[in-house]
Ligand binder design. Structure first.
Ligand code: DGY
Length: 322
């Protein structure tokens, strides 16, 4: 393909937009960063050879019906539960993602949530900014100790393992985990104990961090019954995908004290966040910042480009998922 028509659905960091413009002079960038929405995405799939969407572009099956011009979908992100993969395959479109380059940034975000939730950092900052802090006293805003407590990981892929390493080496935390895959690669997590079920992890852990993909069978893996299995002193951290957790069951569990607290970076219907969660003190809420560093977001863009160039050269893209 000589001069492919390329649509980029959202604004990318400047270094990678520069690279895109240099290599593909007629690339259509989204300078004002307005989401394309259903109609814009449909138009792009019908008129562009290449579409480069992000994890916030919802691409259900109906978008891939009928005659499409697009042959390559280079998703800017590791998770792709926002895209109907079966429909992509039926339409004969190649789909790629960006694993690996965002592992550390996302693991750092999970640890941020864990620490903030345990030590009531959001609540403390809100109190101080509101001018309501009355000074040091022995019983002021006591949180939960992190060092030495048990971390439960659901999904020991790259990111889950990076969180486990941080917890093990940095905070002396024993790690237990569940992974649906029969064997998990050795990610250098010394002494992590594999348990047979999600519930065993939930029962054993003081902190539970979610790292499985969203969508499909992982929808609402954490619901009322699972939350009831956790210790009342435990915390849930979700930096993976919002739909893994039934967020109204979580609201209920946080209200009733079924668990002590939570730290969330992702939500079922982003960017909507239930008012109940926004009004609670025992939950830390971030706006899907998992991979949000300039270094990582630039690396993600470069990997999209690497995938695209392989496709255009007739090679197998390194991160092809469909
Ligand atoms: C991803 O890549 O899947 C992340 O959620 C975006 O940071």
């Amino acid at each position: 393909m000589k001069d492919p028509v390329i649509v980029v659905t959202r604004k990318w960091p400047e270094p990678v937009e520069h690279e895109l413009r240099r290599r593909f002079p007629s690339v259509q960038l989204n300078q004002d960063d307005t989401p394309l929405g259903r109609d814009g995405l449909s138009h792009a799939l019908q008129h562009a050879d290449v579409v480069l969407p992000t994890v916030s572009d919802h691409m259900p099956a109906e978008l891939f019906e009928g005659r499409l011009r697009t042959r390559f979908l280079g998703s800017y992100g590791v998770g792709y539960s926002n895209i109907d993969v079966d429909a992509v395959v039926r339409a004969g479109v190649v789909l790629t993602n960006t694993p690996g380059v965002l592992t550390d940034a996302t693991a750092d975000t999970a640890m941020t949530l864990l620490l903030m939730a345990a030590r009531r950092a959001g609540e403390g900052e809100r109190q101080l900014r509101a001018g309501a802090w009355e000074g040091w006293r022995p019983t002021h805003m006591m949180g939960a100790e992190v060092t030495g407590k048990t971390l439960g990981i659901l999904g020991l892929g790259r990111i889950g393992a990076a969180v486990a390493r941080r917890a093990h080496f940095g905070f002396g935390m024993p790690v237990v985990y569940y992974d649906a895959a029969e064997t998990v690669p050795d990610h250098g997590v010394p002494g992590a104990t594999r348990l047979d079920t999600v519930n065993e992890v939930l029962e054993a852990a003081d902190f539970v961090s979610l790292h499985m993909p969203g969508g499909g069978g992982n929808r609402h893996v954490i619901g009322a019954a699972q939350l009831a299995t956790m210790k009342p002193s435990a915390f849930l951290v979700n930096s993976a995908r919002g739909d893994i957790v039934d967020q109204y069951a979580l609201v209920d569990a946080l209200r009733r004290g079924t668990i002590a607290g939570a730290g969330l970076d992702v939500y079922e219907d982003e960017p909507a966040v239930p008012r109940e969660l926004r009004e609670m003190e025992n939950v830390v809420l971030l706006p899907h910042l998992g991979s949000a560093t300039l270094q990582t977001r630039t690396a993600m863009g470069r990997l999209v480009l690497e995938n695209l160039e392989a496709f255009l050269d007739g090679r197998r893209p390194p991160c092809r998922v469909a």
